[in-house]
Structures are given as C-alpha cells and as structure tokens.
Ligand binder design. Structure first.
Ligand code: GLY
Length: 378
C-alpha cells in the first residue's frame, strides 16, 4: 500500500559539494515525501513536473499529492518515452509548455523519470529564462546512480549523443529505490552496467557485490539496492566535488563510454546505453590486456567481463572495428589531439590516457579482436 506521507526513516543523504551544494536522498518510498524534501530547499511555488507517459502513469500522482500537501502548485507535461525524445524539437516543446504555464524564475521544474527525462528537463531548466531551479526524481537504476547526479544536462544532435547541453546542478535529487521494482529486466540491467563501472573505478566492496552473483534481478539482491545506489552516488559525488566541469578526473566516469556511444550510434540507438557501455567496458579491458600483455592485465579483463556477465550484460560487439572507430569520431571525448580514453589498469585503478587517432584505431582493433592490422587510420 502506498503511504500518504513517505517515511524518511532509513534514508541516507549524500551531499554533492558543487559550486552550489545539494543533497542526494537515497531510500525507499521517498516519492511520497517529495514535497517535504523539496520544501527544505524551496518555498512553496509553482512546480512543472516533466515526465514520460510510462513513468507519469506510475508515479506522477504520488509526487503531485505530496507537492500539493506541502503548498506547491503543480503543472505537468508528459513526453514520449525513449531516447528519441532527447532532441531539440522536444526541448522546444518543453520550453513552450513552461512559458504557457506561466513558470517564473522563482519556480521549479521536477524531472520525474529516467535519464532521458532528467537530461532533457535539466537542460530546459538550464536555459528557460536563463536558468531556473530543478530537482531530479530518478525512477531508473541508471538515472539514480549516474545521470541525475552531477548536473550534466543535454539533448542529442543528429551528429551524436549529448552534443548540446549545459552544466546545471539540481536543487536536490530524490532516489526512491522502490521505483526500480517496475523496471523491465533489460532496463534494470542498464543501471547494473553503470554500477559495474563504479565497481571497476573504485574496487572494494562494490565490485565484490557486482561480481558475486548472489541472485535477484540482474544478479543483485533487492535488499542491496539502496546500499549499491549509495556507494555509486558517493563515488560520483567525490569525483564531481573535485572536478565539477569535467576538465580532468570526472572523465573517469566515461569508462566504457567512448566505444559504448559508438555502439549506440551504430545500432541507431536500438542498443540501450547501459548495454552499450557494458560492451565498451569489456572491449577496452580486452585491448588494455593485450597491449600490456601481463597476467595481471588479463585477470583484470577477465574479472570485468565476469561481473558484466553476472549482471546479464553483453560483452561482445556486433559491429566491425572500422564502423566503431568511425562512429567514435563524433564523441565528445575526441580532442584536437586525438581521443581521451579511460583504461582499467586493475579493478580499483583506472587511468585517463590521451591517444592519437592512429593509436585509438589500433586500440579499437584490439578491443574488437581484429586480427589484421588496421587500414588507413586518419
Ligand atoms: N555521466 C558521466 C558524468 O556525469 O560525468
């Protein structure tokens, strides 16, 4: 039964120390307390809930009731679910809706949904009237541990993912882990891929939990979820605290993403983000192992691949090295000098390496098991 006013008992709060610090609340049944939590940061005002048809049907009423009980006025917009909504025309629609709703600079946007809703509504918040407050209410495992925290907002362009966007930190993030119960297996596994990523970055207990395969959805027992989310958010918050604007260390969070984004692009976005990142992590680990040629490097690749398999994630890429290489050239991590690549040295130790495009083409070949040397790398 849905509680009228959610208990915050047992919830944990992780502080993100960005230029404007904010709390990330992690717990169960927190959507029913959204109004109370938001009121701690913002006086009652108009709130525009941006959600998608699926998520809205499941959770919108719960959030709306809590907001109204706490004196907020609510207006709502639902968009079609899926990556296809993360574009400039949908952004324009959201902005027109905010203007028609009479949202002012002292009002609030609430992004209720997964990464697409969070990135799109966050970007709308960054540019509407030159910036309004917003809160993130992630309802997928992936959004809870990655996209809702850290203030990256964006839409995709025809040329690639997340190519137009802004840094705009939320006022707070409310992760209600009960919302993950409604996720289809594959969508849950998308989040597990990002959790494996944090495990590879930090090692320790988190990686042990991801590789242990103790049953439950995608190999993660249900009772572990709030703790896994908390560990991932703490790792991300620590990195964002040191590098809010992604000029250095924050790039570590892109482990598996350069090849992952290329896989998404090659598949016409039919392969979802987490699944593509899983393939990207396995691939880069294989390339690193081959280039290093040590027993330790081979074991690292083996452990990463094993953790991904336990989480029901794919580790083989169904495209040619040349297709992946070409698709990777529109990635944001491409610089004038070449490509920034995150390399797992061991579980718990990843490094950022700058490669020339010729070197990167060679890495892609090794990552995808190319036997002959690459052709004309440009
Ligand atoms: N998703 C990677 C980052 O927030 O930097």
């Amino acid at each position: 039964m849905e509680a009228e006013a959610g208990e915050r008992e047992g919830a944990v709060k992780v502080e993100v120390q960005a230029a404007r610090p904010y709390p990330v609340w992690i717990g169960r049944n927190l959507l029913a307390s959204a109004g109370e939590i938001i009121k701690e940061r913002k006086k009652p005002c108009r709130v525009a809930i941006i959600t998608d048809y699926t998520t809205g049907g499941l959770f919108e009423n719960r959030v709306e009731r809590s907001l109204k009980r706490n004196g907020f006025t609510v207006t709502k917009l639902s968009i079609p679910p899926g990556e296809g909504s993360k574009n400039m025309s949908q952004l324009a629609e959201v902005l027109e809706f905010l203007a028609e709703s009479g949202l002012t600079r002292s009002d609030l946007i609430a992004a209720l949904g997964g990464g697409v809703v969070g990135d799109l509504a966050g970007f709308a918040a960054a540019v509407y009237q030159r910036g309004v407050d917003y809160i993130q209410l992630p309802t997928t495992f992936l959004a809870a541990i990655d996209s809702s925290v850290g203030g990256k907002t964006a839409v995709d362009l025809g040329a690639g993912k997340n190519l137009a966007g802004a840094f705009h930190q939320p006022l707070s993030v409310i992760c209600d882990c009960d919302t993950f119960r409604t996720l289809p297996e594959k969508v849950f596994a998308d989040g597990a891929a990002e959790a494996v990523k944090y495990g590879v970055l930090a090692g320790g207990e988190l990686f042990g939990q991801m590789i242990s395969g103790k049953g439950g959805r995608s190999g993660l027992p249900e009772e572990l979820l709030p703790s896994v989310v908390e560990q991932c958010v703490r790792i991300k918050a620590d990195i964002v605290n040191r590098d809010e604007f992604d000029r250095g260390e924050r790039q570590l969070l892109n482990l598996g993403h350069t090849i992952g984004h290329a896989v998404e692009r090659c598949s016409g976005y039919g392969i979802t983000h987490g699944h593509a990142v899983a393939m990207g992590m396995a691939a880069i680990a294989k390339a690193a192992a081959q280039l290093k040629g040590t027993e330790e490097a081979a074991q690292t690749a083996e452990q990463i691949i094993q953790a991904l398999r336990i989480q029901n994630l794919p580790t083989e890429i169904p495209y040619s090295p040349e297709d992946i290489y070409r698709a990777s050239l529109s990635d944001k991590k491409k610089t004038a000098a070449g490509m920034q690549v995150i390399v797992p040295e061991t579980v718990g130790c990843c490094k950022i390496r700058g490669l020339s495009l010729t070197e990167w083409r060679n890495w892609v070949g090794l990552a995808l098991g190319e036997t002959e040397s690459a052709g004309a790398a440009k």
